[in-house]
Design a protein around this ligand. Structure first.
Ligand SMILES: [Zn+2]
Length: 353
């Protein structure tokens, strides 16, 4: 009996790197050695937790998981879509000012570096087409229609995912934090449905084999120990989420107020060919879970999700925004170690029964 366990993506950056970037340009070649050192150290410590699948901790995803691919594009302005967090702050994405839309960088570049240091499989997170679709302004851009933009966006996303798959990413995880947020912005569900449709347009370009290595991550957001949509009921999100044409779902659960209710919704709406990785680590809670706490969370989930289709993960990345210092690297790795050990304990219990 094996329960796969995978992280989501980000690990808090070393403080020295955060300071250096704050004082300069994140693309400054002089920062190269600092990034390299951060990636090497992250991978070493990640492997030391025993996690069978790791990431590069998104050490080079400046400034965050959402805009890394478009950061510093010349045809953007800083006054784009705002993500409002419960703590009162906002994070803002760039606005597209003219076409054509092209990524500035693809995430497989991060894989190239991580593979130089890693001894175990690496997964790669990429941002969803729906998140980047929010870059197109409400007023049409003269000479570059929304339809042209969507065509270009889908092509760029497809290219990025294919490059990550071709380079051997264990999984390619599409970050879809805006799914739950969409229900908060538009409780009618129309925005969420448009996001699902857009992402499925991209996903339908992949084979069934590819889709077994592709997954989607949902969470209520995690920045400065705060969320953007934890108050949105999973009953509003999960039935639509499971319409996405991917084989793997990474669902924040440990931080949910009512985990049993969430598991009941998952059981009711999951489809036969989907593997569900439930969050067993509450990433924005400073308490470090014990292996036994994690084991009990896995055993609870196993009452709702059949063996062979259950996996474990962290609720979210530990610092999706690169300057977030509310969680230390030590805490993040201690929590990951608990995920790995607790999942193994649960495997023993389930295997013996
Ligand atoms: Zn997340």
């Amino acid at each position: 009996m094996t329960i796969p366990t995978e992280p989501i993506g980000s690990i808090p950056r070393p403080l020295q790197l955060i300071e250096a970037v704050a004082n300069g340009n994140s693309e400054d070649p002089d920062l190269g050695p600092l990034y390299e050192q951060a990636i090497r150290d992250t991978i070493e410590r990640f492997e030391a937790t025993g996690s069978p699948v790791i990431t590069d901790g998104e050490q080079r995803k400046y400034h965050n998981f959402w805009t890394y691919s478009v950061h510093a594009l010349p045809n953007t302005a800083p006054d784009g879509f705002k993500i409002p967090f419960a703590a009162g702050h906002t994070r803002r994405m760039p606005r597209l000012t003219n076409g054509p839309f092209r990524y500035k960088r693809y995430a497989d570049g991060y894989l190239d570096v991580a593979q130089r240091y890693a001894h175990v499989p690496i997964k790669q997170a990429v941002i969803s087409p729906s998140a980047l679709s929010l870059m197109y302004p409400p007023e049409p851009i003269p000479g570059y229609s929304r339809e042209q933009f969507i065509d270009d966006l889908l092509c760029e996303h497809e290219t990025e995912v294919r490059r990550c798959l071709a380079k051997g990413a264990h999984k390619v995880q599409i970050d879809f934090t805006e799914g739950r947020l969409a229900m908060k912005i538009d409780p009618s569900g129309a925005l969420l449905n448009s996001f699902i449709d857009l992402n499925n347009l991209a996903l339908s370009r992949f084979s069934a084999d590819d889709r077994r290595r592709i997954g989607v991550h949902t969470c209520p957001g995690g920045d400065l120990d705060s969320t953007h949509s934890a108050d949105v009921d999973y009953a509003e999100l999960l039935p639509s989420l499971f319409e996405l044409k991917v084989g793997n779902f990474y669902i924040a659960l440990a931080g949910e107020k009512d985990q049993v209710r969430a598991l009941e919704i998952i059981r009711k709406h999951m489809k036969p060919d989907q593997t569900i990785f439930v969050g067993v680590i509450a990433t924005i809670d400073p308490h470090v879970e014990s292996a036994e706490e994690v084991r009990d969370r896995v055993l609870q989930a196993a009452r709702y999700i059949p063996a062979g289709r259950l996996g474990t993960t962290d609720d979210c990345g530990f610092s999706p925004f690169s300057d977030d210092t509310t969680t230390s690297r030590d805490t993040a790795f201690a929590k990951i170690r608990a995920r790995v050990q607790g999942t193994a304990l649960a495997e023993k219990v389930l295997g013996g029964s």
